[in-house]
Design a protein around this ligand. Structure first.
Ligand SMILES: [Zn+2]
Length: 250
């Protein structure tokens, strides 16, 4: 069992419990967010995205997903049993950035190879997952930021869990920088085979702390368990395990 610790909410005095590793905690009675180590107020914008579905509706969404797509067994929707449906408000940091990368590289597919220069200019709302041990496909998750509102604890369903952040704002910005540099290396390698030099100029805006509604679900099909991650704002399956269908001779 995890050791749970407690601080007093600086705003309403209620106890805020948190798990080891959590750095930023939100009071479930008043929605106030504190930094655990210092107990001080939190200076970033705290937003949330609303969940639009109840447990019955997400089950229907999952069955619909099971019915579509040619890679799925034809009896999947009919023969599966839903084992779990848990709504979690997952914490993210959103780091708005403008990036200009300039690179020089060798294009080796020509003989003789040529040296090429290029420039990549991009703007991102770069998403950093604020939990370390959660399996979540952050890069495939198209966070519906247009639905973002100020965090309101009254909008959190009684059955939902709210996870706290395990990284603070500055760390999130640092992680975003590293991920963006790696991503731009990848982009430059679409253009040249070998990078000789590359520099990225990253200007960072104000990071936002965001709780987004994610349904972690599981179903059983022919005795095996499969996991589903469903976006509670759009109702789409962000990641879903599909039983392997066997083709061929048997
Ligand atoms: Zn409070």
């Amino acid at each position: 069992m995890a050791v749970v610790d407690e601080i007093r909410c600086p705003n309403c005095g209620a106890p805020i419990s948190f798990n080891p590793g959590e750095i930023v905690a939100t009071c479930r009675y008043c929605g106030f967010t504190s930094v655990i180590e210092t107990g001080k107020a939190f200076t970033f914008e705290h937003s949330m995205i609303l969940n639009k579905y109840d447990p019955t509706q997400v089950e229907e969404l999952l069955r619909n997903w099971m019915r579509g797509g040619f890679l799925k067994p034809s009896d999947l929707a009919k023969s599966s049993k839903i084992l779990e449906k848990n709504l979690v408000y997952l914490p993210f940091w959103i780091v708005p950035v403008t990036v200009i990368s300039e690179y020089k590289g060798v294009f080796e597919r020509l003989i003789p190879p040529v040296v090429k220069e290029g420039k990549i200019e991009k703007k991102y709302d770069w998403l950093v997952l604020a939990r370390k041990a959660v399996e979540f496909p952050t890069r495939e998750y198209d966070v519906p930021l247009e639905g973002k509102i100020p965090y309101d604890f009254r909008k959190i369903e009684g059955f939902a869990k709210v996870f706290n952040s395990e990284i603070e704002g500055r760390q999130a910005v640092e992680l975003a920088r590293q991920e963006i540099e790696a991503h731009h290396q990848f982009l430059a390698k679409q253009d040249v085979d070998k990078i000789i030099e590359m520099r990225s100029d990253i200007s960072v805006g104000d990071a936002i702390y965001l709780h987004a509604p994610i349904w972690f679900m599981a179903y059983e099909y022919k005795g095996e368990r499969y996991n589903i991650i469903l976006d509670g704002a759009t109702g789409t399956v962000t990641k879903g395990d599909i039983p392997a269908t066997k083709f061929g001779l048997f």
